[in-house]
Structures are given as C-alpha cells and as structure tokens.
Design a protein around this ligand. Structure first.
Ligand code: SF4
Length: 177
C-alpha cells in the first residue's frame, strides 16, 4: 500500500502534477504557512467530520479511513448515510463542479463498494450557500469514469523530470510558487 495514491491527490494532479510533490514535501510543515484561504476553509469544513462531532448516529459513517484496492487509492470519506445509501462530500463553497471533485467522490464510492456498502447516490454539498449537487454514479457516466481511470493511470506513470508547466497563469495563482 506504500505506493497508494491519496484521494486528495486526484484534484491536485489535475491542477498541476508537480503540486503533488510539493504537497508531500510540505506535509509535515505547519499548515498555516503554505495553505491558501480556500484550503484552510476546506479543512474547517471537514473539521466536524474528523472530530466526529457531526452526528453520533450509528447508520452514518463519518471521516473514516478507506482504501480502494482496485485503483490503489487511500483516503477518507466525508459522510456516508448507510440507511439512505448516500455518499456526501461537503465543501466550503462550490463554485463549479470540477472534474477533480467528481474523481474524489468516485474514489470514495469505489472504496465503500469494496467494503460491501450499497451506495446508490452521490452528492456534493456546498456549505456556504446550502446547495446540493447530484453526481451520477460512475457507471452512469462512462465518459467521466474513463477520465477518472485515465488520471489514475497518468499519476502512476508520471515523471517529474519530463514535465514542463506551460500554463503560466496556473503558476501565478499557485500556492507553491
Ligand atoms: S508553481 Fe507552477 S509548476 Fe509549480 S506546482 Fe505550482 S502550478 Fe505547478
């Protein structure tokens, strides 16, 4: 499991493959030093999950560690309502449903399914404006599933030495610049 891909890396990799390496490098540093406001807010959004303060209901899984053997992915789920068979990922403020968001919930979905859970619905929830976005299950959106598998394959075969970032705008707004 040493070479497992972190679920959060799926989003980072789409932004810039190099950022994964910086992310790992800074992992042990004080988060306040290098995270931007959005990321800090995002972490706050998950705080209640990590500290299990959201609910004590037994039919709700919160912030549990998961591993998906099929894709060799490791990470955490946000909330899974066992009774409603609904996986929910909360974010501070959703401005757009980016592919990276979808890939993250796909990774959570496949992990839960491997654990034997019946997942029938996926939602991304925007906390600030209380908006809910339904995400079709992976097998109901084969184009997105193909993209998800392609990104995982690219991460597995990525070589930092051969990569050149040609999108300067990304570097301008990058927290690692
Ligand atoms: S500064 Fe540019 S190349 Fe470096 S991680 Fe950020 S986006 Fe990627």
């Amino acid at each position: 499991m040493d070479d497992a891909i972190l679920i959060t890396e799926l989003n980072d990799f789409i932004f810039c493959p190099v950022s994964i390496y910086f992310h790992k490098m800074y992992k042990d540093m004080d988060r306040m030093i290098y995270q931007n406001t959005d990321q800090i807010n995002g972490n706050a959004a998950h705080k209640s999950v990590d500290e299990s303060t959201y609910t004590t209901r037994k039919d709700i899984l919160m912030g549990i560690d998961v591993y998906c053997e099929k894709y060799n992915l490791i990470g955490k789920i946000d909330i899974f309502d066992i009774a409603k068979k609904t996986l929910r990922e909360r974010k501070k403020k959703v401005k757009n449903i980016y592919d990276g968001y979808v890939f993250q919930v796909y990774a959570q979905y496949f992990s839960l399914v491997e654990m034997g859970y019946d997942v029938k619905k996926i939602e991304i929830y925007s906390i600030d404006d209380h908006k809910k976005y339904d995400i079709p299950l992976p097998y109901a959106n084969t184009d997105m599933l193909f993209k998800f598998e392609k990104v995982i394959d690219e991460i597995k075969h990525f070589s930092i030495h051969e990569f050149i970032q040609t999108n300067e705008a990304k570097c301008l707004h990058c927290i690692y610049d």
